[in-house]
Write a protein that binds this ligand. Structure first.
Ligand code: KG4
Ligand code: ZN
Length: 366
């Protein structure tokens, strides 16, 4: 596959689909700079993301973050050649702040707009770490999704399997919440798991079938019931701030739970690979891809299959503007763009394939 690269392609990426406002600049496939304002402390007060508050916070942060990004990268406004934005899925009010900002810039600067699928951006961002080879098999595990994709090109991604109920990250967050950890608790469960022993034999959920879908709600219920039955009397300070302060029995529970999730992901990924044996690389992406045990388990699996496993750096696993800028850059260099009437797509609605292409661009998507 060959690509022609416009000489001065500088893509701004804007992410505001949930509770992180983040912007980044990518040029020549390289991340020039990245700024992020997280609202997690605010939403932790309510035990989850409050959509109205999230959109207000995006509105408050997006302008100053944009100025900060240009200053840090030492780039004038006019140097931006393309503006990419997460157009969905996500919270409608939150997405609209980013999309409106992107459309304003595209109109004001007379540059192309690119609406990026947030989930595709998570997967494609692995290419910032090391170039992707296609076809690739991608595992996306985040707070809202647990899915397996086949990637044919930056534009052609096929969904092979998804969660039927709770997402993987949601399961981490709910177990963590039950243990007295603040939202989002995946990172703290991860730290606790590293200090524990895998001593509780939870069953791998929804693997005795022949499909590529996930179901984590049964495991979540089993773990929460185990806590209530066996660990409810343990005395420790809540909210939990550090894994080191937790009793050994809780650390062991976290290790057992985390290990079951990691093994389940491998079972389904292996099945997907059996059905897509022509795939030349594996991708692990999404917020939960920052998880130590999952990274280690998938690395072992990739080694066994003799395939490269490409994972974004840990700080680029959770929502960020860099993944949007990079996905936008990949599409921009193939001549893709959206019209300014591009719709914003909230969670639950299918993102239309309405991207346009300059007729002069070479077709490198096949
Ligand atoms: O991709 P992301 O930032 O947002 C969504 O699009 O959902 O993912 C956030 C999710 C949260 O559920 C969070 O608890 C989880 O990723 N997470 C982790 C870790 N770091 C973040 N889960 C397990 N281990 C981690 N180290
Ligand atoms: Zn995400």
């Amino acid at each position: 596959m060959t690509h022609t690269q416009p000489s001065s392609l500088l893509c701004l990426g804007i992410e505001s689909s949930c509770d992180e406002t983040s912007l980044a600049l990518v040029s020549d496939g390289t991340l020039l700079g990245h700024v992020l304002a997280s609202q997690s402390d605010l939403h932790a007060l309510f035990g989850g993301v409050v959509p109205e508050l999230a959109s207000r916070e995006h509105l408050r942060f997006i302008g100053p973050l944009f100025d900060e990004l240009l200053m840090r990268c030492d780039k004038p406004l006019e140097a931006i050649s393309h503006v990419a934005v997460s157009r969905g899925p996500g919270l409608l009010g939150s997405l609209l702040v980013g999309v409106a900002f992107a459309k304003g810039l595209a109109l004001g600067l007379g540059i192309p707009l690119l609406g990026v699928n947030h989930l595709h951006a998570h997967l494609l961002a692995a290419g910032l770490h090391s170039p992707l080879s296609y076809p690739a098999l991608g595992l996306l595990v985040s707070g809202g999704h647990s899915s397996i994709y086949r990637l044919e090109s930056p534009k052609r991604l096929q969904l092979l399997g998804r969660t039927l109920d709770d997402a993987c990250g949601e399961c981490f967050d709910k177990v963590g919440n039950h243990l007295g950890m603040s939202y989002p608790s995946g990172r703290l469960v991860d730290c606790a798991a590293q200090l524990g022993q895998k001593s509780i034999p939870f069953s791998l959920p929804y693997v005795h079938n022949d499909n590529l879908d996930f179901s984590f709600s049964g495991l979540k219920t089993a773990v929460i019931s185990y806590i209530d039955e066996h660990l409810a009397d343990l005395d420790y300070a809540r909210p939990v701030r550090e894994a080191q302060c937790l009793p050994q029995a809780i650390l062991d529970l976290c290790a057992s739970f985390n290990s079951v999730i990691a093994k389940t992901l491998v079972v389904k990924l292996e099945r997907a690979l059996d059905q897509n044996a022509d795939c030349t690389s594996l991708i692990l992406a999404g917020g939960v891809a920052a998880n130590s045990m999952i990274r280690a388990e998938l690395s072992r699996f990739a080694k066994r299959k003799r395939l490269p496993l490409i994972m974004p750096e840990r700080d680029l696993c959770t929502d960020n503007g860099a993944m949007v800028a990079y996905a936008g850059w990949l599409l921009a260099r193939e001549g893709y763009y959206h019209s300014l009437s591009m719709e914003t797509i909230p969670r639950g609605r299918i993102i239309p394939d309405d991207i346009l292409r300059k007729s002069t661009a070479p077709d490198s998507s096949v």
